[in-house]
Design a protein around this ligand. Structure first.
Ligand SMILES: N[C@@H](CCC[C@H](N)C(=O)O)C(=O)O
Length: 309
């Protein structure tokens, strides 16, 4: 215990906030001048639910000009002055977090670091490029950019490009690998009972093993799949570097991509994705340059402020 407490002692006095998007929860730190680089060990200690504050991830708000990755972002979009430095609960770095980026903007507003009226848009630097976040309907809508199949040849030719085995599944299931800037592997199940039977304490096994690991989403199409032009799916997720979480924004986008692909021509372009922590919306939209982008919408809430003792 003495050893576990040390990384937090190094951060004594550090102000933080706690926030969540559909139950996907984060510790947030404001570090405009880039003087509070948090190590992997410190991030894991902060996110520890017994010995730390507890969260699925750590988000550091830093001015883009303070980080090498951020300076690349500024070359892409000089208005992306804020960078979301994201770490998973185990301290590993992730390229992107769809729930996190909404909570990030809620945190910037909470700290008075940006002005953003309802209807306004803020470009945010991330390791997966610039994401434009609009304040909308009491929450936020994020232009997540284009999606990609991780194994395009197999994805087009077959029902899946990999096999997933998980505790609670009778046999291995085919899965489709989708990049939303970070990697996802999506498995379709037949009914809610199968989703409920899953035990996601241990990482699902994915074959072939993805080079940088993967987040794994299990999805069940609603019955009927489409109502009033909007598709609906239920999802549980095992996140890379975390474990099972209440929600995953990039995972919801990847799940909608996979289900729409499997559903074929005529599938809707708007999807409600129900997760244990709530519901997020995914829409396929045409960007001004003519390419298809994925838009993720949902709530973002700051629930507490504190400082490390
Ligand atoms: N919960 C996030 C995804 C966070 C990163 C993920 N665990 C990874 O390692 O890629 C989301 O809402 O997208």
């Amino acid at each position: 215990m003495i050893f576990a407490a040390r990384p937090l002692a190094e951060l004594a006095g550090l102000p933080f906030a706690k926030g969540h998007g559909t139950g996907n929860d984060f510790v947030l730190i404001a570090d405009p001048d880039g003087i509070r680089d948090v190590t992997a060990v410190q991030a894991a200690a902060l996110c520890d639910r017994h010995l730390g504050i507890g969260a699925d991830g750590l988000i550091r708000a830093v001015r883009s000009e303070q980080l090498p990755e951020g300076r690349e972002i500024l070359a892409e979009d000089p208005d992306a002055v804020w960078f979301m430095d994201y770490r998973n609960a185990d301290g590993s770095v992730s390229e992107m977090c769809g729930n996190g980026v909404r909570v990030f903007v809620a945190f910037l507003l909470d700290q008075g670091l940006v002005d953003l009226e309802p209807g306004g848009t803020l470009p945010v630097g991330t390791r997966a490029g610039v994401k434009r976040v609009e304040r909308r309907d009491g929450g936020f809508a994020v232009d997540m950019g284009p999606w990609q199949f991780i194994h395009p040849a197999q994805a087009e030719a077959e029902a899946g490009d990999s096999l997933v085995t998980a505790d609670g599944l009778d046999v291995s299931r085919p899965a489709l690998s989708v990049s939303m800037g970070n990697p996802h592997t999506v498995v379709a199940l037949a009914e809610d009972a199968e989703l409920e039977r899953l035990r996601l304490f241990d990482s699902p096994k994915v074959e072939p093993v993805p080079p940088h690991g993967t987040n794994v989403e299990f999805v069940v199409p609603a019955e009927p799949l489409v109502r009033d032009g909007i598709g609906s799916i239920a999802m549980r997720v095992h996140e890379r570097g975390v474990g099972e979480t209440q929600s995953c924004g990039t995972g919801a986008c990847a799940a909608a991509v996979a289900i729409r692909h499997w559903a074929g021509a005529g599938a809707p372009s708007r999807w409600d994705v129900r997760v244990p922590g709530g519901t997020v919306q995914v829409a396929f939209v045409t960007a001004p340059e003519g390419t298809e982008h994925v838009e993720l919408s949902g709530p973002a809430v700051i629930v507490a402020h504190g400082s490390l003792g």
